[in-house]
Every structure is written in structure tokens, then in C-alpha cells.
Design a protein around this ligand. Sequence first.
Ligand code: 5GP
Ligand code: ZN
Length: 141
Amino acid sequence: MDEGSPAPGTKCVFCDIVARRAPAWIVYEDSTTVAFLDIFPFTRGHLLVIPKRHGARLTDIPFEDQMALVRTLDEVCRRAERLAPDYNVALNAGAWAGQIVFHVHFHVIPRYGESNPFRAGHRPPLSEPEARAVVAELANP
Ligand code: 5GP
Ligand code: ZN
């Protein structure tokens, strides 16, 4: 398997977003990383921060990519603070940890006082008006 690519014959939706084969509400992009809105946000402005090069989990990607990812995480957290001063950062590694998309990503989840944003209850899909409003707040440096 090529380093930085999903296994042959395996579809990776986040690689598709990086390659613009799939749509996403992107709020940040540089040469090695991308941040975009989660399509099933736990809260308004729920973001995902990913490396462009594929790897299932943090320990699968080169150290330089890990560093670039954390640099972008810092930038995205600063922008998320425009929405709410409090937020969660989460990384699920492996199916038993709740990982569904096997392309490493940090979640940045603004908190507005909900009791438990991680509960598996009501999680409506991202609406276009909300996506436009959040991107307008976060996409500029
Ligand atoms: P995990 O459980 O793997 O840590 O989280 C994967 C996240 O990716 C979930 O919160 C899910 O809503 C989100 N997600 C899954 N498919 C897509 C997609 O095609 N586009 C976007 N923007 N988010 C996705
Ligand atoms: Zn991928």
C-alpha cells in the first residue's frame, strides 16, 4: 500500500474531500491540512481537522504531518472561539473508540452549555443556511 493513500479498492470520504471529488464546507486549507464542517454536527460549528495525506490514525502518519495537523488544530481552535469560548477537541482512534471514518481527524466541538454534546441522541444533518453562516464566521483568517 502507498504511504498516504487509502488501501487499494478502499473508498475514503475524507480523501475525496481533499481531492474535491466530494463536497465540504471548508473553513481552512493549506498545503498539508484541511478543516471543514462535520455533516452531522453535535453543535453549531462542529469542525473536523485532517491531514491531506491519508492515514487511519495519528500514529500512522509521519511526524511532520502530525505537527502540521496540530498547527492547524491551533488555528481552527482560535477560530472556533469566535463561536463560543468553550469547546471540546476529540480524536477517536479505532472502531472501539468510536472511529467511523478511518482517515485521522480531530473534532473541534464548540460548547454552548449543552449537558453532554457527545450523547448519541438527536443529531440533525448540517443545513445549508447554517453551513453558510458558520463558514462566513470562520473562513477568514
Ligand atoms: P469519527 O467517529 O470517525 O471520529 O467521526 C467521523 C465524523 O465524520 C462524524 O462526526 C461524521 O458526522 C463525519 N462525517 C462522515 N462523513 C462525512 C462527510 O462525507 N462529510 C463531512 N463533512 N463529515 C462527515
Ligand atoms: Zn483518506
